[in-house]
Design a binder for this molecule. Structure first.
Ligand code: NDP
Length: 333
């Protein structure tokens, strides 16, 4: 049997992508073979497609850090042919061939059943970005947040994958959400997703010279890092909490201990890649609950669908922060 894949090759240090028809014998080791229906485009996928960050050491390579589809064959009792499954993280798409193919072979431990309320396409509208946003929300709620108009939950990078998902999940969960974006032309869409207010990211862009500014946010799901995160920390209310998810605006963090000492601010790190399996079930369970409660149409509104063969052209756009919402990749055809 054969399958098609967006195959990455490296020549003279330059990575190129082209569609290829491959024999099944090329699939890596794993207990479960999945007929991949959908994958998605995440920031890290953009890096892999462009050969940045040395995330991939062995070529030829198949990227795609997440995938959803139907089990074709399984040597593991937890999965049977026909089961709908999804995968995010575990460095799949980096150290193991990933979702940018019509077939994948993976470890059973890496898979989760797709929640009953979601299609496999919606599972990849969630994908790594939406999973991470929900992981952040679960972490904030576990810490304890009280979000109302006086103490809003701020979502940064709100037009992007993690940020738009954070707006969707947090508002669907009943929190008062303020979305920060550099693309105010998307404000109506962010409001339709559930944002109570949309602000210009320029308000948060500078690292202030003072260690504390007026209290403005009860909590934050941050996809941007850098000076934006440093700024947000100075504006978090007493006892507030920030979930740091990303570094779209830089991986530095020049801050002071003052917000932590004088306002009791907490900074939580979010890692979706090695998130333990039992916690993944909690996060996917919450996603399933919010979609079952009516979030499905809003989740669908985030989707831009692209065929696998046209994906590579979008890599520079996601690296430049120009992609909106969630790019869902059709891998089946
Ligand atoms: P996207 O590119 O979809 O979104 C990032 C958004 O950040 C952009 O859409 C833009 O939103 C904003 N942005 C981009 N550049 C800048 C800048 N220079 N300064 C301020 N804002 C900027 O990426 P994702 O949402 O998929 O990922 C976001 C980050 O989260 C990435 O760093 C990614 O690596 C990380 N990530 C981490 C995970 C984890 O496990 N911790 C998992 C998934 C992603 P706008 O135009 O609205 O301002």
């Amino acid at each position: 049997m054969t399958f098609h894949a967006l195959l990455l090759e490296e020549n003279d240090g330059k990575v190129s992508a082209a569609m290829a028809e491959l024999d099944d014998s090329r699939l890596p080791a794993g207990e479960v073979t999945v007929a991949v229906e959908w994958s998605s485009l995440n920031y890290k996928d953009g890096m892999v497609l462009q050969g940045l960050g040395r995330l991939v050491r062995d070529y030829p390579h198949v990227g795609g850090i997440d995938l959803a589809g139907t089990v074709e064959a399984s040597d593991d009792p937890r999965y049977s042919p026909g089961d709908k499954v999804a995968l995010t993280g575990w460095r799949v798409g980096e150290t193991h061939w990933g979702g940018y193919a019509s077939r994948a072979r993976v470890k059973a431990d890496w898979l989760v059943p797709v929640p009953a309320a979601l299609t496999t396409r919606q599972a990849m509208a969630v994908g790594t970005a939406g999973f991470t946003a929900m992981q952040a929300l679960v972490a904030l709620e576990h810490h304890g947040i009280d979000t109302g108009p006086d103490s809003p939950l701020l979502a940064t990078g709100a037009s992007g994958g993690v940020g738009s998902s954070a707006v969707l999940w947090a508002s669907a969960a009943g929190h008062h959400v303020v979305a920060s974006t550099g693309r105010l032309e998307n404000a109506d869409e962010l409001t339709a997703l559930g944002a109570a207010e949309v602000i210009d990211r320029a308000e948060l862009a500078e690292n202030p010279s003072r260690p504390l500014l007026s209290e403005r946010w009860g909590s934050c799901i941050d996809a941007v890092g850098g000076d934006t995160l440093a700024h947000v920390l100075t504006e978090i209310r007493y006892g507030g909490v920030v979930a740091a998810c990303g570094l779209a605006g830089g991986n530095g963090l020049a801050t002071t201990v003052v917000p932590f000492l004088l306002r009791g601010v907490s900074l939580l790190g979010i890692d979706s890649v090695m998130c333990p399996a039992d916690h993944r079930s909690v996060v996917w369970g919450r996603i399933g609950d919010l979609v079952a409660a009516g979030g499905g149409a809003k989740l669908d509104s985030l989707i831009t669908e692209v065929p696998l063969a046209e994906l590579a052209a979008l890599a520079p756009q996601i690296m430049a922060g120009q992609v909106k919402g969630r790019v869902v990749v059709n891998c089946a055809t």
